[in-house]
Design a protein around this ligand. Structure first.
Ligand code: AMP
Ligand code: GLY
Length: 438
C-alpha cells in the first residue's frame, strides 16, 4: 500500500522527520502542514501548505484532501489541542498521543501525580497548588533546593529554579503570587542536582524501542549562561550513552519510560502511540525525571534521526498499528553534535527578516532549516532558532569540529554556542558527575 504521509510542523525537527521518511525506499507521498516556508521540507515534500495546524478541523480537512494514511505530529501544541484524536476519528493513523495522554507534557501536576500513583521511581518531593495556602510551609520543608513550575505549556518559561531564577523564598513567594493572580495552577518540587539528558523512546502503546541518549543545552550563551531557550545544541555518543552516564543510568531511564507508558495505558485504557521523551537528571541518588514531552525533542530529533539506519516509515506504521515489537529499530554507532544558529538578540529581542547565507556549508545533508522564510527570493531569519547543523563522526570531539565549521560558515546576523560538544565542556560534565557522586 502506498503511504500518504502528513507531517505537522515546519521546524528543523520536522525537516529531520521528513528527511528520515524520504530515505525510505517505500512508495510514498509526503505532505506538510507548516507555519513557515521551510525550503528543506518543501524540497522533499509533494506539497507544503501554510495553515493553522493547531486547529483539529483544519488538519482533518487537509488530511482528507491529500488522502493521508498516516500523520506524524511534530510540535506539542497540536497534541494539546486534540489533533491526534481528531485524525484517529477519521481513520488516519497517527504518530503522536491523544490529548489525554499528551498531558504527560501539557500538565506538570498530571505527570507528578501519575508517577506517585503508580509508584514509578524518579519523582521529587512535590505539592500542587492553586492558591498561596501552604506554599510558605512547603518551601520551608524543601529549604534551599526548590523549583516552581507553572502547570501548563509555557515553552520552558514557566519554570523557575532556586539559585538560578529565584534567590530567596521571598522571590519564590512573589512568583507563586503572580501565578495565583493569573489564575494559574503550579507545582513546587524538590530541585535535583546533576546532569540532564534526554532519552526518547518510540512507543506503540505496549512496546518501547529506545533511542540514543542526548544532552541538550538550554541556555542561550556559552558556559550555560543567559536566558533559557528551546535548546541551542545537542550531542550524542557512538555507544548511544553519554560520557557522564553509566549503563545503569540508561537502564533506569528506559525503565521509567516503560513504566510510564504502562501507567498511562492503565489510566486511560488506550496506549500511548508516539514518541515518549523523558527529560532526566542523573544524580548522586540515581536517575530522576525532570519532565516528559510527548514528541521528538528539538534539537534531539536531528541527532537521533541522522543516525537511524532502519526504515522510518516502518517504525511509524509499527507505532500506529501497535506492531513495534516486530520492527527493526537500529541506529548507527556514531557520535553526533548539533548546533543551532539563532538570530542576534534571541530569545528576548531577536532580529527578524534579515537575509542569511548557508551556501558555504560543506555537509548539506547535515543542514536543517528551522525558523526561516523568504523575502522575495532571499532566505531570511524569521525570529526563532534559524538553522541547525549536525556533524557525525566516530567521536563527539570530531563531530563537534564538523558542526562548528559548518555553523560558522553561515553568514547573517546570527550567533551560536561554540562550546557545545567541545572536549572542555564534555570533561566539565564528567567532572561534575564525579563530584556529586563522591
Ligand atoms: P521543564 O520545563 O520541567 O523541563 O523545566 C525546564 C528546566 O528547568 C529543565 O530543563 C531543568 O533544567 C530545570 N528543572 C526543572 N525541574 C527541575 C528539578 N526538579 N530539579 C532541577 N532542575 C529542574
Ligand atoms: N530540546 C528540548 C525540547 O525539545 O523540548
Amino acid at each position: 500500500m502506498k503511504n500518504n504521509i502528513l507531517v505537522i510542523g515546519s521546524g528543523a525537527r520536522e525537516h529531520a522527520i521528513v528527511r528520515a521518511l524520504d530515505r525510505s525506499s517505500q512508495e510514498k507521498e509526503i505532505y506538510c502542514l507548516a507555519s513557515n516556508m521551510n525550503p528543506g521540507i518543501a524540497e522533499l515534500c509533494d506539497e507544503i501548505l501554510i495553515g493553522n495546524f493547531n486547529d483539529p478541523e483544519f488538519v482533518v480537512s487537509y488530511a482528507k484532501e491529500v488522502g493521508a494514511t498516516l500523520a506524524i505530529i511534530g510540535p506539542e501544541n497540536p497534541l494539546a489541542n486534540g489533533v491526534a484524536d481528531a485524525l484517529l476519528n477519521t481513520n488516519v493513523k497517527v504518530v503522536g498521543p491523544k490529548k489525554d495522554l499528551a498531558q504527560l507534557e501539557t500538565s506538570k501536576a498530571f505527570t507528578r501525580d501519575l508517577l506517585n500513583e503508580y509508584k514509578i521511581p524518579g519523582g521529587p518531593k512535590y505539592q500542587n497548588f492553586n492558591s498561596m495556602n501552604g506554599v510558605a510551609d512547603f518551601l520551608n520543608i524543601l529549604g534551599e533546593n526548590y523549583v516552581v513550575k507553572y502547570d501548563g505549556l509555557a515553552g520552558g518559561k514557566g519554570v523557575k529554579v532556586s539559585g538560578d531564577h529565584l534567590h530567596s523564598h521571598d522571590e519564590a513567594l512573589a512568583y507563586c503570587q503572580e501565578l495565583v493572580n493569573n489564575d494559574g495552577e503550579f507545582v513546587i518540587e524538590e530541585k535535583f542536582i546533576g546532569e540532564e539528558f534526554s532519552l526518547m523512546s518510540f512507543c506503540d502503546g505496549e512496546t518501547l524501542k529506545h533511542m540514543p541518549a542526548v544532552q541538550d543545552h538550554k541556555r542561550a550563551y556559552e558556559g550555560d549562561s543567559g536566558p533559557n531557550t528551546g535548546g541551542m545544541g545537542t550531542y550524542s555518543d557512538a555507544n548511544h550513552s553519554l560520557p557522564f552516564l553509566t549503563d545503569d543510568d540508561i537502564a533506569q531511564a528506559h525503565d521509567i519510560n516503560l513504566q510510564t507508558a504502562k501507567a498511562v495505558k492503565d489510566k486511560f485504557g488506550v496506549g500511548y502511540k508516539g514518541i515518549l521523551y523523558g527529560g532526566f537528571m542523573a544524580t548522586a541518588n540515581g536517575v530522576k525525571l525532570i519532565e516528559y514531552n510527548a514528541r521528538f525533542g528539538d534539537p534531539e530529533a536531528m541527532n537521533v534521526l541522522s543516525l537511524l539506519e532502519s526504515d522510518f516509515i516502518d517504525i511509524c506504521n509499527g507505532i500506529s498499528n501497535g506492531a513495534l515489537d516486530k520492527i527493526d529499530v537500529r541506529f548507527s554507532n556514531k557520535a553526533t553534535v548539533c548546533k543551532y544558529a539563532v538570530p542576534e538578540g534571541y530569545p528576548d529581542n531577536p532580529v527578524k527578516d534579515k537575509p542569511i547565507d548557508v551556501s558555504k556549508i560543506e555537509n548539506p545533508d547535515g543542514l536543517f532549516y528551522a525558523s526561516v522564510d523568504f523575502k522575495g527570493t532571499s532566505l531570511v531569519e524569521a525570529g526563532s532558532r534559524t538553522v541547525a547543523v549536525v556533524g557525525i563522526a566516530d567521536s563527539i570531539s570530531d563531530a563537534e569540529k564538523i558542526a562548528e565549521k559548518d555553523v560558522s560558515s553561515i553568514t547573517g546576523p546570527l550567533f551560536h554556542r561554540k562550546d557545545i560538544g567541545t572536549d572542555k565542556v564534555i570533561q566539565k560534565r564528567i567532572n561534575h558527575m564525579r563530584e556529586i557522586k563522591c
